[in-house]
Every structure is written in C-alpha cells, then in structure tokens.
Ligand binder design. Structure first.
Ligand code: ATP
Length: 438
C-alpha cells in the first residue's frame, strides 16, 4: 500500500529547514549534541504549542465529558509496579558482535546485523525506564523513575477528579506532558526520542459500552489529523492483530502517517479494560470503583485510551505542510500549515526603513499582535522576505509602502495563492480575522 503513497519530502530537507529557520535544533549542539535529544527553537515552540492547543481544544474545550490534568513526572515507585512497568516495560535488545550496533530484536527481519551482516548476540531484556534518586542518598530505597507515560498520573487521580468535579461516567481525563523512555534505537529526527511529550486521554466507561466508545474515539482522533490539514492519502488506521495486543488490552488501533521512512505510528487508541484501575486498587488498597447513580450499581470502569505524541504529531504536520513549487522558473518552498498551527499568523513588512513609513508599520505590528503572533521584518528585498515567510508558513504578509502613507491602505499577500489584496488599514484587522477564521 505504501508504494503508491509518496512522502512530501525527505527527512534531510525537513531537518535542514527546521534548523535554518529555528524550528528544531540538536540538543547541546555546542558540546557535540546529545543523541536523540532535540530543542524546539523560536518557531518550533510556537508550532508545537499550537499542536497541543489544537488537541486540547478538540478533546477538552469542545466537549462536555472531558476535563484536564497536569500530574507530576516523578511518582511513587509503587505506581510502576502496579502498572507493570517495573517487571515488563522492556524491549528485547541485541548487539552486533562485529560493528557493535544495537537493535531491537523485534524490529529485525533476519538473524544477522542489518548494517554489516555480522553475528548478533542473544536477545536480552532491557528496561526502558529512566531511574534516578530522590533526596541526597543514592540508595535503592530512594529510587524513583521518570515516568515512561503520562497515563498513570491520570489513573491515580481518578477518584480525586470524581470527587472534586461533577463528572459522571462516561467521562474522560486529558493530559499533556513529558515522558521518558531509554529507547534502544532512537532516531528519525524527533520521531523516536528518549524524552518526548505525550497527549493522552483516559476515557472511563461502563463495561459493555466500551467497544462502541472505542470505535467513536478512533473516528474522532483520525478526523482530528485531517481537520488540521494532514493529506488523507498519508493517514491510515491499522488495527492490531491479536498477537500484537498487550495482555490487558482488548483491542487497539494505531493511526499511522506515511513518514519518509514509511508508515509509522502517530497515535495508539486502546481498549485497556479495567486492568489499570484494578491494578491500582490491588497495589494501593484504595477503592477504584464507581457508583453509577443511573443504574444503582458499583463497578470498576473500563478505559479507552487515545495516546498520541506531541512531537510525532508536530513532525507529521511539518512534513505534510512542506511543498516545493515552481514559480517563474524558481523553486518556492512553502509550508502550507493549517492557519491554527502556523507559528506566525501575519508578518508586517515595511518596504523601507525610513520614517514615517517605518512608524506606520510599527504601529500596525503593535496593534495586530494583540490578536495573534505577528512577525516583523524590515531586512533585505521584499521578495526574499516573502520567501522566508513562505518557508515558515506565515499565512498573510502585510506590506506597508509609500503609497500607504497617502491612501491609508496596505497590501496583503496570501501564502497559498500568492494573490495580493489592497486593504484599507482601518479594515485590516477585520479582514485578517475573516481570512484566518479566528
Ligand atoms: P513505538 O511502538 O513507536 O515504540 P509505542 O506503541 O510504544 O510506540 P505508546 O506507548 O502507545 O507507543 O505511546 C503513545 C504515543 O506516544 C505514540 O503513539 C507516540 O506518538 C508517542 N511516543 C511513544 N514513544 C515515543 C518516543 N520514543 N519518541 C517520541 N514519541 C513517542
């Protein structure tokens, strides 16, 4: 199936654009970098924040059955015993005896090293959790873990949310936050890193209603990526086979994107049954059941878990927005990001640095940025400035020229069509509001 689908561009081009324009930098670059860690630059932090906001809007703000949470990264070590991470959160690891590279055994096709054909060691289990110590003494009693998923913070707060809000089942809790996994084979830019951000939902339902709710979440989450501009051909749903499922999961479907390295997971949506809440009941001794006033029953709810990665989604939006177009014999690179995701919504570009033109441009910049992130650029030729704004995905450029001082009008250029409109300054804000839709 992947054969007919084309990635928008190569990962190299995106890595280079990301660095050149300030989306994503290698972490600790001046020290030679730290493997698989990345920093979001001035534009990257805007893009990723916008992705997180778009997710929050869809799953919390626009729904009457969802609330948010922000739990701590460090949690009681018993949490990870209950969740199964201490015993079972491991990947089978093999080393090549010849070139010394490391691989996940479950990612290999044959029994030889895919890089050099060398012989591989026996697989051994490698726990993916990062360990650290709480307090001044580095002893086993002080071991705590950096959370490998945000989900457990939601489960342990299930009763707190129930008693402090008026939520009734079915309802869900959403959380965005950092997670850490000591991945054996990180790579493909920000696709697989050791420190990353997750956007997770635990949606609690009455047992028996779980399958229908699971289906609905799969539809809603799939649609979200389309709503924010992912090309339908590059998005697909992959239901897990029975032998792929975690032992506690009843069903799971992945939403996959066609990345330059092929179809890869963006988000997993699992039916986790009552496994997690029952485990916490057992390990903590606290009750995790729910009294349903509608039916007068007590039960431990089933859980549907849509679990997405903020970094992977950001990378997919970045890749999918990338376009190269021929314009007058030259190549134009343009990021056709959804307006809501674009780092800057508008750029103000004065044609000259002379007064009073620059005063007018400055005044416009100051007034427009009350509504949106607005860039200001007065350097170099206007054509180069347009190209820069195209490359960072700014939907509208407002050019202030000498004529503006006389007729009180500015030129607004549309990123995608490159059409230019002459707009009265007095109507500019309203014009942009209508075009942007917010
Ligand atoms: P994979 O099979 O790719 O290792 P997973 O199935 O273990 O992923 P989950 O545990 O389901 O992943 O995590 C939910 C989401 O968190 C993933 O769909 C992904 O978007 C994100 N995620 C997981 N691990 C990483 C990572 N190492 N780097 C970046 N994002 C990640």
């Amino acid at each position: 199936m992947g054969d007919q689908v084309q990635a928008t561009t190569t990962m190299e081009k995106i890595v280079s654009l990301a660095k050149r324009r300030g989306f994503i930098f290698q972490s600790s670059e001046i020290y030679g970098g730290l493997n698989s860690c990345w920093d979001y630059g001035p534009l990257g932090v805007e893009l990723k924040n916008n992705v997180k906001r778009a997710w929050w809007k869809a799953v919390v703000q626009m729904r009457d059955d969802m609330v948010g949470l922000d739990s701590s990264i460090l949690m009681h070590p018993r949490v990870w015993e209950a969740s199964g991470h201490v015993a079972g959160f491991s990947d089978p690891l093999v080393d090549c005896k010849q070139c010394r590279q490391r691989f996940r055994a479950d990612h290999l096709e044959g029994d030889r090293c895919p890089e050099c054909g060398g012989e591989l060691t026996e697989a051994r289990q490698f726990n993916l959790m990062f360990k650290t110590f709480m307090g001044p003494v580095e002893e086993s009693a002080a071991v705590v873990y950096l959370r490998p998923e945000t989900a457990q913070g939601i489960f342990v707060n299930f009763q707190n949310v129930l008693t402090s809000t008026r939520m009734k089942i079915p309802f869900g809790i959403a959380q965005i936050g950092k997670s850490f996994r000591n991945e054996i084979t990180p790579g493909n830019f920000t696709f697989r890193t050791r420190e990353f951000e997750q956007m997770e939902i635990e949606y609690f339902v009455r047992p028996g209603t779980d399958e229908a709710v699971h289906e609905q979440w799969i539809k809603d989450r799939f649609q979200w990526y389309l709503d924010y501009g992912i090309t339908p051909e590059r998005l697909r749903l992959r239901p897990h086979d029975q032998d792929e499922l975690a032992h506690y999961a009843r069903a799971c479907s992945d939403i996959e994107y066609y990345f330059p390295m092929g179809w890869s997971e963006l988000e997993g949506i699992a039916n986790r049954t009552d496994f997690d809440l029952k485990q916490h009941e057992k390990y903590s001794g606290c009750r995790m059941d729910y009294f349903d006033p509608a039916t007068n029953e007590h039960y431990v709810p089933y859980v549907i878990e849509p679990s997405a990665g903020a970094d992977r989604a950001t990378l997919a939006f970045l890749l999918d927005a990338y376009h190269e177009e021929e314009v007058n014999g030259e190549t134009r690179v343009v990021l056709k990001l959804h307006y809501a995701l674009a780092p800057y919504k508008v750029a103000v570009l004065p044609l000259s640095r002379k007064e009073p033109l620059v005063n007018l441009a400055n005044e416009l910049w100051r007034s427009l940025r009350k509504n949106w992130m607005v860039d200001y650029d007065d350097s170099k030729a206007i054509g180069r400035r347009y190209r820069r704004q195209d490359e960072i995905g700014t939907p509208f450029c407002v050019t202030v020229d000498f004529q503006s001082l006389e007729d009180n009008m500015v030129t607004v250029r549309d990123r995608d069509t490159m059409n230019q409109d002459r707009v009265p300054i007095a109507e500019l804000e309203q014009y942009l509001k209508e075009k942007l839709g917010f």
